[in-house]
Design a protein around this ligand. Structure first.
Ligand code: NDP
Ligand code: 2IT
Length: 444
């Protein structure tokens, strides 16, 4: 058996019941075959792949908090510090009832390559909890965040591990966590990113993932002789990534016509009204039925369905495995020619393969959603120099980073004879820098 297959089998055997982690590892290792084959003897001797797929360390802890009725609730908290060979661990905190160690490990593993692709000095990590912020009062969310940070603060720091937002963790949660870190440690430092602007946050971080997704998509289209202007875009999700993807798509002259949340989806043939979507989701924290109630052109449907809408470009921006083989077939049949992932691993492996085989331009999340973490790294830079840059400064750096990421993965795919396979290009380009740093730093 080849080295790649041996390591993948070891991952499956040693990490039972973690299908998302297996999937993320499979995608990366399969892409790396040409690189590994060319260096097999050296990498085997160094156990490079074993060291890559086993996290440096992982923490799991109890998070007790008191709800508004005086009842004690208990959640489980996680932080996986995966790889710090090119910089401090960096990655978000996911708060969602579906969170378990396998989900956090898949996200942490992806983060290693994503962070490498940004070109900035950040390693890979991820954290989270099975806590559900939905329907909780602000006081309950604060109680949870404080308890979560009471434990997490032992393992993180501005030069060690710098968490940020992800599903269910936005500015409110980051604020409560930052306050608790400061109170316990007595240190005012950039230990979290995605902070509020009054206490060290960066302008454009809120917009960064969605904007970055569109900057990369625009470049990918341009390099393939296409223009984003006038194109119909289908977006899933209605959270941080989806909202700013929709906004930037409109600014670039495209027409996003859908969004979705965990209960239903909107088809708005006149184009999504971003101001209304923000009001419903960011201010009222309400369901999408509220959007439909205030927008005569919008149709609301229960359940899943955005991929059935005819489009040119699809941007999955909600969660993992939300775009199946069936969905991919529908997209292709409807003439969709580009898919760029805003979420982490939203497309199943068979769907990805189907899209690629049918000539759809496909950019994996670790490249196309890297604008969020890249801007987090810019926030870290601003915190270190105790300065704040203007929106335009951050936004123009973000644009350059996304364009550079696309060209890096495009070049890597070409170098290995797989032109146009951006999954391979992203994994190879992300891996090369990390592998080089790991080998240079010896056995550790
Ligand atoms: P938010 O919590 O702001 O929004 C998530 C959206 O996706 C909501 O509309 C939510 O609906 C929907 N959603 C979440 N889970 C599910 C589910 N299991 N089934 C159906 N719908 C679901 O998160 P973000 O926008 O920040 O994150 C979205 C994706 O982007 C995630 O994969 C995340 O890892 C990734 N990402 C985020 C970055 C960031 O900077 N925030 C950076 C890079 C990637 P509902 O509210 O009803 O649950
Ligand atoms: O998946 C991701 O890249 C994020 N949730 C953002 C991480 C970060 O540190 O900004």
């Amino acid at each position: 058996m080849g080295y790649v297959d041996e390591v993948y089998q070891m991952v499956v055997e040693k990490n039972p019941s973690q299908p998302e982690f297996h999937q993320a590892v499979k995608e990366v290792l399969d892409s790396l075959r040409p690189v590994i084959d060319a260096n097999e003897e050296k990498y085997r001797k160094e156990a490079l792949l074993e060291r890559l797929v086993i996290p440096d360390r992982q923490f799991q802890f109890r998070v007790p908090w008191v709800d508004d009725k005086g009842q004690v609730q208990v959640n489980t908290g996680y932080r996986v510090q995966f790889n710090n060979s090119i910089g401090p661990y960096k990655g978000g905190i996911r708060l969602h009832p579906s969170v378990n160690i396998g989900i956090i490990k898949f996200l942490g593993f992806e983060q290693i390559f994503k962070n490498s692709l940004t070109g900035l000095p950040i390693g890979g990590g991820k954290g989270g909890s099975d806590f559900d912020p939905k329907g909780k009062s602000d006081r309950e969310v604060m109680a949870f965040c404080q308890s979560f940070m009471t434990e997490l603060c032992k393992y993180i720091g501005a030069d060690t591990d710098v968490p940020a937002g992800d599903i269910g963790t936005g500015a409110r949660e980051i604020g409560y966590m930052f306050g608790q870190y400061k109170k316990i440690k007595g240190v005012y430092e950039g230990v979290l990113t995605g902070k509020g602007l009054s206490y060290g946050g960066s302008l454009a971080r809120t917009e960064a993932t969605g904007y970055g997704l569109l900057y990369l998509t625009e470049e990918m289209l341009k390099c393939n002789g296409k223009d984003i202007k006038g194109k119909t875009v289908v977006v899933s999700g209605a959270g941080n990534v989806a909202i700013y993807a929709i906004q930037k798509a409109q600014q670039l002259g495209a027409k996003p016509v859908t969004c979705s949340d965990s209960t239903g989806w909107i088809y708005d043939p006149e184009g999504i009204d971003v101001a209304l979507l923000k009001e419903v989701k960011e201010v009222k924290r309400a369901r999408l039925t509220e959007y439909a109630a205030q927008r005569p052109s919008a149709q609301y449907h229960e359940g899943k369905g955005v991929w059935t809408v005819k489009c040119d470009i699809a941007l999955p921006c909600a969660t993992q495995n939300e775009l199946s083989l069936e969905d991919a077939k529908t997209l292709v049949a409807n003439g969709c020619f580009a898919v760029a992932e805003g979420a982490n691993m939203p497309t199943t492996l068979d769907a990805t393969q189907y899209l690629q085989e049918n000539g759809v331009l496909f950019c994996p999340g670790k490249a196309s959603n890297a604008g969020g973490v890249a801007t987090s790294a810019l926030e870290m830079s601003q915190n270190s120099e105790r300065l704040s840059w203007t929106f335009e400064e951050v936004d123009s750096k973000l644009q350059k980073i996304m364009v550079d990421i696309f060209h890096n993965l495009d070049d890597a795919a070409k170098r290995y004879g797989h032109e146009g396979n951006y999954v391979m290009g992203a994994n190879i380009a992300g891996f090369e820098k990390v592998a080089d740093a790991m080998l240079a730093q010896g056995v550790c």
